[in-house]
Write a protein of this length. Structure first.
Length: 314
């Protein structure tokens, strides 16, 4: 931001010009920080979804195309908890995390484990099949219309001139806590160390006695739980529908490619790069092209770093 001082002497026109420039620059700065806040909100959700996808790919090499629809299912489970069971926002989020963790375990055990030694295309087809099954299931149970997710945190908060809802601030804070807990789990616990060992060398981990099947189920549970948490956090800001998983899975795959396939730090960094590119591109260029701008940034970065920002591994 460039400020140009104009002398205040004379007939006053120069002073008025300086005041106008200062006002415009202040408005520009306000808009910049507002979009920064919006990018943090969107990036937090992208990061939670991409983290789960990165964990699965890092430990199993499975491109789980159904991950976006696990995210969608998590939103509907939380929605049912709030609107049907009336158990409150946070208990509904916890219920969504637990239910989706169980769904993740079942998917690993019944769908992906039997295909472990099959050609990769078989796994991809199975994941796409699960994707459409989950979408049709949600449409059958909840209908195809868009739903509004009620939240008790809809009040507007003013932060030094910036405007945000309580829910947006909760998204940033809750996502940060979940990411820190995941890092602590991976780096400070024995179970987390076994996940890292499997991600680095699955065959070697099995040779030293690590139960790789148990690790795979655990990773699917964590991945689906993170997707459910992300969906519950953002559901009251965006409408929910059976097809909401399509756009998020496309962006999640773009993020883990950008960050480095299977890299946890790369998934987080890639998520915020994509979110900020969308936010600032839509504001300063055109909202019609914000997705195109974000993916153009992705292409530029991959041109410089073809393998992504980080190497594979948690």
């Amino acid at each position: 931001f460039v400020f140009r001082r104009v002398p205040a002497e004379g007939n006053g026109s120069a002073a008025r010009q300086w005041q106008q420039i200062s006002t415009m620059s202040g408005a520009d700065m306000h808009l910049f920080f507002q979009e920064l806040l919006n990018g943090l909100v969107v990036g937090s959700i992208y990061a939670l979804v991409a983290l789960g996808l990165a964990l699965i790919y890092g430990t199993m090499g499975v491109p789980n195309f159904a991950h976006g629809h696990l995210y969608m299912l998590g939103a509907y489970v939380a929605f049912a908890g709030v609107t049907i069971a009336h158990i409150g926002y946070w208990p509904s989020m916890l219920a969504a995390i637990l239910v989706l963790a169980l769904v993740g375990v079942l998917l690993e055990r019944l769908v992906f484990r039997p295909l472990r030694n099959a050609p990769e295309v078989n796994t991809i087809i199975a994941a796409v099949g699960v994707l459409f099954f989950l979408q049709q299931f949600a449409q059958l149970v909840f209908g195809g219309d868009y739903r509004v997710f009620p939240t008790p945190y809809d009040k507007v908060v003013h932060l030094g001139g910036l405007i945000a809802t309580q829910q947006q601030l909760i998204v940033i804070a809750a996502a940060a806590v979940l990411m820190l807990l995941l890092f602590w789990f991976l780096k400070r616990t024995l179970t987390g160390a076994t996940i890292e060992a499997v991600a680095q060398n699955r065959a070697g981990a099995a040779l030293v006695g690590i139960d790789t099947d148990r690790v795979s189920m655990m990773v699917f549970a964590i991945s689906a739980g993170l997707a459910a948490a992300a969906a519950t956090l953002i559901a009251s800001i965006n409408l929910i529908s059976p097809s909401m998983g399509f756009s998020v899975i496309l962006k999640a795959f773009a993020i883990i490619v950008l960050g480095g396939m299977g890299s946890v730090p790369g998934a987080i960094l890639g998520a915020f790069i994509l979110a900020f590119a969308e936010s600032f591109g839509g504001t300063y260029i055109s909202t019609s092209y914000q997705d195109a701008i974000a993916f153009a940034v992705l292409v530029v970065i991959l041109t410089v770093r073809p393998t992504g920002l980080f190497a594979k591994g948690t």
